[in-house]
Design a protein around this ligand. Structure first.
Ligand SMILES: Cc1cc2nc3c(=O)[nH]c(=O)nc-3n(C[C@H](O)[C@H](O)[C@H](O)COP(=O)(O)OP(=O)(O)OC[C@H]3O[C@@H](n4cnc5c(N)ncnc54)[C@H](O)[C@@H]3O)c2cc1C
Length: 473
């Protein structure tokens, strides 16, 4: 019997534990899995609250379906029928520009457009800015293969306006990061590849668009929208795994330290308990993994500690539909830092997905804080709600008091993938593997999105089992 302990029951740790269970069952190979989680619930930012008829996402609200890992996991868990797509009739994303909401040009993908027509017609850019964007296919590709910041990459290829007015706020909505520190290779490798292979992002995106549409024509239509969620909220995904794990998931169990000998791993818990295992998967935030692994692998700990984090919060507000001067018809909007506002983004949860709010009401959520507005994290709940209301008043014309308000803080939750991140991660993985019994996975390393975390957890499970087998031979 192999005994493996997973530390941390966020989606990464849960995916790892579930994978180990699947392997054990499929191969009739006994693996004893224990999951130790510090807090009183599993799932981390996958946390839904149902109140007064609203299904409130206090953290993550959906996931990308282009990466198949989250859809596949939901299906294996028997949640396939609960997967729901976005409401296409409201598919519009806006950006704040000069204090107004302006639609992001059609065909735009994070930092570059697939087509120039919509850009030329958009009020978002100046005539000079548009000319600069149109020249992108003529900009020579970079010869230096080293990493650079997303800010430098976008400015070099498409000019400063696109960075300030679209790429910064869109990337900010995902990474809550400073674009001049954010690694382009770690966050947007496909754009680096487009530059290298096609010599142009606009050309690369246009070709990708054509390939997508030729693939979907002839079939009965795309199976999934770009984003999906679960009918009962994102929290149902970790809940499903947690209930399958049963008593092997221990909540309120904080691991303090792991030590490794030739024969086994020893875990010391804050409670004073200790445990032994053949191997450990550390699926905690980088700063926690650093603390836990400090004794057994100081080099890994040092590298993990150098991954910094930002804090953020969500403010969910429920309104009556009639509180809006005109019915909103959009998924949401992002806010460039240059606009000097107090939220990173606003998202109409109940327009994005069905059944998130009672009839005639609207659930809207503000995303607050991050690296560029860190001062927001120190506001009281009331002050955060007041700031979100002020912004929604200015931008959407809502003056009424909300019928529901839920603030959720996410301290030190957003790993910052700074320039050089992938080199650091490769070194962490190499050094961890050398210890023979420790796997490391999680949002801090190779992708912050839910599908990335699931894939990382599953790969960590495969790898650690391999190591255990090798150690036994
Ligand atoms: C507000 C917010 C909104 C987001 N929205 C989206 C979205 O819409 N779509 C998307 O794809 N992604 C989204 N993300 C990103 C995504 O949700 C996260 O990257 C992902 O959930 C991280 O999972 P994880 O398991 O790696 O880490 P975590 O969820 O942080 O899990 C780590 C776990 O380890 C536990 N732990 C820590 N220390 C110890 C210890 N010493 N002993 C035992 N346990 C310990 C923690 O309590 C925690 O449960 C969002 C993130 C945030 C914060």
């Amino acid at each position: 019997m192999a005994r493996i302990v997973v530390i941390g029951a966020g989606i990464t740790g849960l995916a790892a534990a579930y994978r180990l269970r699947e392997i054990s069952r499929a191969h009739e190979f006994p693996i004893e899995v224990a999951v130790l989680e510090r807090s009183s619930r599993a799932g981390g930012p996958l946390h839904s609250v149902v109140r007064d008829g609203f299904t409130i996402e206090t953290g993550a609200d959906s996931f990308l379906t282009e990466k198949p890992d989250a859809v596949a996991l939901a299906q294996r868990l028997g949640l396939g029928r609960d997967l729901i797509p976005t409401r296409e009739e409201f598919r519009r994303t806006m950006v704040v520009h000069g204090g107004r909401l302006v639609e992001i040009p059609d065909g735009f993908s994070l930092m570059a457009p697939a087509r120039l027509g919509p850009v030329m017609r958009s009020p978002l850019f100046s005539p000079l800015g548009k000319l600069r964007i149109a020249l992108e296919p003529l900009v020579p590709k970079r010869k230096d293969r080293r990493d650079e910041s997303l800010g430098a990459f976008v400015t070099r290829r498409l000019g400063r306006e696109i960075l300030d007015r679209v790429a910064q706020p869109l990337a900010g909505g995902i990474y809550t990061a400073d674009p001049w520190r954010l690694s382009i290779r770690a966050t947007s490798p496909r754009f680096v590849e487009m530059e290298q292979r096609r010599g142009s992002l606009i050309r690369g995106l246009r070709e990708a668009e054509k390939t997508r549409s030729s693939k979907s024509s002839g079939t009965s239509g795309a199976r999934w929208s770009l984003f999906a969620t679960l009918r009962g909220g994102m929290g149902t995904l970790p809940q499903a795994i947690a209930s399958m794990l049963g008593e092997t998931l221990r909540l309120g169990a904080t691991v303090q330290q792991v030590t490794v000998t030739e024969q086994e791993c020893q875990l010391r818990l804050e409670s004073g308990d200790s445990l032994s295992a053949d191997a450990v998967i550390c699926a905690t935030p980088a700063y926690e993994s650093a603390r836990i692994l400090n004794l057994c692998n100081p080099r890994v700990a040092e590298l993990l500690r150098s991954i910094t984090y930002a804090s953020a919060a969500t403010v969910n507000l429920g309104f009556r539909q009639s509180d809006f001067p005109s019915p909103p018809r959009m998924f949401g909007f992002v806010v460039p830092i240059l606009e000097r506002r107090r939220i990173i983004a606003g998202s109409f949860t109940s327009l994005k997905f069905e059944n998130r709010a009672p009839a005639d009401t609207i659930l809207i959520r503000a995303f607050v804080g991050g690296q560029l507005q860190s001062e927001m994290n120190s506001l009281s709940d009331d002050a955060m709600i007041a700031a979100a209301r002020e912004e929604f008043h200015d931008l959407l014309g809502v003056t009424a008091a909300p019928i529901l308000a839920v603030v959720q803080r996410w301290p030190e939750s957003m790993p910052q993938y700074e320039v050089g991140h992938l080199d650091r991660v490769a070194e962490i993985e190499r050094a961890a593997e050398a210890s023979g019994r420790v796997g490391i996975a999680g949002a801090a390393l190779r992708g912050v999105g839910i599908p990335d975390c699931i894939r990382a957890g599953e790969q960590a499970a495969d790898k650690i089992l391999d190591l255990v087998m090798r150690n036994r031979r």
